[in-house]
Design a binder for this molecule. Structure first.
Ligand SMILES: C[S@@+](CC[C@H](N)C(=O)[O-])C[C@H]1O[C@@H](n2cnc3c(N)ncnc32)[C@H](O)[C@@H]1O
Length: 399
């Protein structure tokens, strides 16, 4: 995986490799200085080891976004890092397994161990399986570095053939990237969606990570589908079976770092109405989970248009599930007119957002020539087929 030879990787785990990695830790590694650093290090260490260690230091620096400070002592391959579940999301999932009383989980397609580490840290024993030998070596190193070796058994095998004896639940995170990039069709995942369904029949308690764009129609009756976002960005969807699922199998949106979670209550789509004082931009997880009706009910809001996921209401209700804006002007979408308003108000910092509008926010921003001491948000959207522009500010609760 990622072109790394297993011998090169394991050399990093020897005392000499560890010494070299320690030299590169704590900010000693910087991309700009990497070339000169490499040539100095080659005086004292074998060249292949220097190359592997520098790659590892670079991956650790990138991994901080997913794993925080823990990244500094973890091991990665480029692909393994790209595909790994970020720590916050893995911890949220592990809580689900722990509260369902799972004692030993089969982490199928464990990669570098993003999920396995969180399961183990939550007190669950793990059989972690991946078919790629280098990836398994990396997962093993991560488990040891985290002091969780007594909880995790890493096994290099094909997950479609491995025996799951002794496991009372499973988690499957299929590879969704092929030689030609991302794979969107679950039938083409490795292993396939068909295997996931067969596994659900076999293990009962199963979770499967899927792309956020998964078609709702693919979610089997009785299974729960959850969309998880962090800081406004949808990170993944998961389909859960058996005791791991909400009773009756429902849709759920979870917003991290909260965690805040919203479950479907069978509320229909909200009615459209005129733009009021507040405009809400729902979190992507709420939109993907089709919980706009539930959110509108909670916010006492309506939609601006049947086809657009913006909500509007005359009372500000604080929510982690949407960003709220206080609207000062509802304007026709007319560039010259908007430019005049921006100039008249002295708006120098202008954030342009859009939904359902056929325009490029960056281009519009330039056309409006923002200048002046004030800031504002301009939201372009479509109501009954016509573009409108809403000028406002992020809403702040009073008091
Ligand atoms: C999305 S990654 C898993 C990421 C992991 N959950 C984490 O957080 O680090 C998918 C992994 O599936 C493995 N894989 C794909 N097909 C497999 C199969 N049939 N058997 C075992 N592993 C497989 C790949 O080697 C890859 O490491």
């Amino acid at each position: 995986m990622g072109g790394v030879e297993i011998g090169d990787f394991t050399a990093l785990l020897d005392p000499v490799g560890q010494g070299l990695l320690a030299e590169l830790s704590g900010g000693a590694y910087a991309e700009a200085a990497a070339l000169s650093l490499a040539s100095k290090l080659r005086d004292r260490y074998p060249a292949p080891l220097v190359a592997t260690a520098l790659t590892q230091a670079r991956l650790r620096a990138h991994a901080e976004a997913k794993f925080g400070s823990a990244a500094a002592t973890m091991y990665f391959t480029a692909q393994g890092l790209e595909q790994a579940t970020r720590r916050s999301v893995a911890e949220w999932r592990a809580r689900r397994y722990a509260s369902a009383g799972v004692r030993r989980v089969a982490d199928l397609c464990c990669g570098i161990g993003g999920d396995a580490l969180a399961f183990a840290a939550a007190g669950i024993d793990v059989l972690a399986v991946d078919r790629d030998p280098v990836t398994c070596a990396v997962a093993e190193a991560n488990v040891r570095a985290a002091g969780l070796a007594d909880r995790v058994e890493v096994r290099c095998a094909d997950v479609t053939k491995v025996a799951l004896d002794g496991c009372d639940a499973a988690f499957l995170d299929p590879a969704r990237r092929g030689d030609r990039g991302r794979i969107f069709d679950p039938a083409a995942y490795s292993p396939t969606w068909g295997f996931a369904l067969e596994l659900a029949g076999r293990v009962g308690e199963l979770g499967v990570k899927v792309a956020p764009g998964i078609l709702h129609e693919l979610v089997p009756d009785g299974a729960e589908a959850e969309w998880v976002s962090e800081r406004g960005e949808v990170k993944e969807a998961g389909i859960y079976f058996g005791r791991l699922a909400l009773a009756g199998g429902r849709r759920r949106a979870t917003v991290l770092p909260g965690p805040w979670t919203m479950v479907a209550r069978g509320v229909g789509d909200p009615e459209p109405g005129p733009v009021q004082r507040y405009l809400y931009e729902p979190d992507g997880a709420v939109i993907r989970a089709r919980l706009i009706g539930e959110l509108a009910q909670d916010l006492e809001a309506r939609t601006v248009d049947k086809t657009i996921a913006y909500l509007t209401g005359d009372r500000l209700v604080e929510t982690p599930f949407a960003s709220a804006y206080e609207i000062t002007d509802v304007l026709p979408f007319h560039v010259k007119r908007l430019r005049a308003v921006v100039a008249e108000r002295g708006i120098g910092v202008l954030t342009v957002k859009k939904r359902g509008a056929d325009m490029d926010p960056a281009v519009l921003r330039k056309q409006l020539r923002p200048a002046g001491p004030n800031s504002a948000v301009l939201i372009v959207t479509r109501v009954l087929g016509a573009h409108i522009a809403l000028l406002g500010q992020p809403a702040r609760p009073s008091g």
